[in-house]
Design a protein. Structure first.
Length: 228
């Protein structure tokens, strides 16, 4: 079945699109962050290696991440459902390891779906979160704005931006993407597997375009949720 990699800068909406595509088509959502946390929770050998890395502040080595993704893709249910990878591969080195791993398991990558959006929009999205200084309610100035600027709807306290949501952090994340992950676009484009979607529009539009780009029938996540 299909193996699709979602590629795109932070703020492009990979997680949101992954969720809607998985809900509509039953793909397994392979998010490395989630898988790493799950391995740690279950106390597997890989999980112990991952938590040792994290505690020392080091990056989880490429071979460990790749082994974890390989394990998940090799599961029967995942093979049958097809999978959508979100957050992996992150570097050309990981992509090369991933190719070898797929080949040895008799699998191949079908498509790379690239979400594109301009930098200003990405920065706006990455800096949109506000948290109430008192009750901790989370708002988003684009998708879930408070009734009054800077004021919590629930308790009237001041809304603040966390350091992780500030512009300097957003620019740093975009720079890391440009340096480490963006080279994957050329890496996969040479193989003719890259399809592009404009991620600057509403999530429903992005979902529909992604379905078309992947050659899937257009199914909305909503319809699937009603069990039809
Ligand atoms: Zn509040």
């Amino acid at each position: 079945m299909a193996i699709v990699v979602l590629l795109g800068p932070p703020g492009a909406g990979k997680g949101t699109l992954a969720e809607s595509l998985c809900a509509a088509f039953g793909f397994a959502h392979i998010s490395t962050g989630d898988i790493l946390r799950e391995e740690i929770r279950q106390g597997t050998e890989l999980g112990r290696r991952v938590s040792a890395c994290m505690e020392s502040g080091a990056l989880v080595p490429d071979d460990v991440v790749t082994a974890i993704v390989a394990g998940r893709l090799g599961q029967d249910t995942v093979r049958q459902a097809g999978s959508l990878l979100d957050g992996f591969p992150r570097t050309v080195r990981q992509a090369e390891l991933f190719d070898r791993m797929l080949a040895s398991g008799g699998m191949a990558l079908d498509r790379v779906l690239l979400l594109e959006a301009d930098r200003d929009l990405l920065v706006r999205r990455l800096t949109a979160r506000r948290v109430c200084s008192q009750c901790r309610t989370v708002f988003n100035v684009i998708f879930q704005p408070p009734g009054r600027d800077g004021v919590c709807d629930r308790c009237g306290a001041e809304l603040r931006q966390r350091p992780d949501d500030m512009e300097a952090t957003a620019l740093e994340r975009l720079a890391v993407y440009e340096e480490q992950t963006a080279p994957l676009v050329a890496f996969y484009a040479r193989r003719g597997v890259v399809v592009r979607v404009d991620a600057g529009r509403a999530r429903e539009v992005v979902h529909r375009d992604a379905c078309v780009a992947l050659g899937l029938g257009v199914l909305s996540a909503e319809r699937d949720g009603k069990g039809s």
